[in-house]
Design a protein around this ligand. Structure first.
Ligand code: GLU
Length: 290
């Protein structure tokens, strides 16, 4: 089987050191396995989108010479596939409509766990659609973080598949597209480790295969907060790809190849790429290398 990995940024800001780590590690895993690497832009939440960030993230990847093997997939063009997946879940009795607003649920401290909505159906607005989550333990072995288990019903309850405003949930879209793109291993940061049982559950209910999962340590700032676009993490200096890549390689505990250009540096790093020093590490501080 050919290894197929992917990097799946949301266009909510520029590529920063944390997202570069995920992009680079997934690229290196794919190249090390002589497989393919794809880029998927997760642009299904327009209110959270930062104008221009799709273009700037893709331009940064190009400058860093992290080239994809296939054209970029935009989730905004995939809504028919998400609707089809929801139809299948509805037909099999796995999804139910919900008219509760998030504010009402939060105010009442309610988490849906009974496979049904507690508000009366309404004619004046569309419902959200939630998954009827079974009371079952989901277990998997993360390539870097080891054995994991979660009872999704207890941990998150009946989660949303499609929001009342018509937007698709990350969980459903991600599952549908990882399969559509034939992804064999998902490499991303540990902040999504607890989303993985929800995604495995959806794969089971949709009769889809489960890829391997590798969750990288999350990059945190000096105060221990997740480095993120929304908290203003600085953009990767893509005009100086060698320095940006060297810093990311050091964070991943890899030797930095002595090379004349970014492309050669990447080729050498891919050949000897080994993440075992990071086994079980869930967070890294930018202080460690800067
Ligand atoms: N779009 C998500 C993010 O930017 C990543 C999703 C994933 O890798 O599954 O955080």
């Amino acid at each position: 089987m050919v290894y197929r990995g992917r990097f799946a940024p949301s266009p909510t800001g520029e590529l920063h050191a944390g997202s570069l780590l995920a992009a680079l590690a997934s690229w290196l895993r794919a190249r090390h396995a002589e497989g393919q690497w794809l880029v998927r832009v997760e642009d299904i939440d327009p209110p959270r989108e930062v104008p221009g960030s799709k273009r700037s993230i893709l331009a940064a990847l190009e400058s860093l010479e992290l080239y994809a093997d296939e054209p970029v997939l935009f989730q905004s063009r995939r809504v028919d596939a998400y609707a089809e997946a929801l139809r299948r879940l509805q037909a099999d009795g796995h999804a139910f409509p919900c008219w509760c607003s998030r504010a009402e649920l939060e105010a009442a401290g309610i988490v849906h766990r009974d496979g049904r909505c507690i508000s009366p159906p309404r004619d004046d607005r569309q419902p959200a659609w939630r998954l009827r989550v079974p009371d079952a333990e989901i277990t998997f072995e993360d390539v870097l973080q080891g054995p994991q288990n979660q009872n999704v019903r207890d941990a998150v309850g009946d989660f949303v598949l499609k929001r009342a405003d018509g937007l698709w949930s990350y969980q459903l879209a991600c599952v549908v597209d990882d399969i559509f793109q034939d992804i064999t291993e998902v490499v991303r940061s540990c902040d999504l480790l607890d989303s993985t049982p929800r995604q495995i559950l959806l794969q089971c209910l949709l009769g889809l295969p489960t890829p391997a999962y590798l969750h990288l340590p999350l990059l945190v700032d000096a105060e221990g907060r997740k480095l993120s676009k929304s908290t203003g993490a600085p953009a990767v200096p893509a005009h100086d790809p060698q320095t940006a890549l060297a810093q990311a390689l050091r964070l991943l505990d890899q030797d930095v190849p002595d090379a004349l250009d970014a492309g050669t540096m990447l080729q050498i790093a891919a050949r000897r790429f080994d993440l075992s020093p990071l086994r079980g590490v869930t967070a890294l501080s930018v202080r460690d290398v800067c």
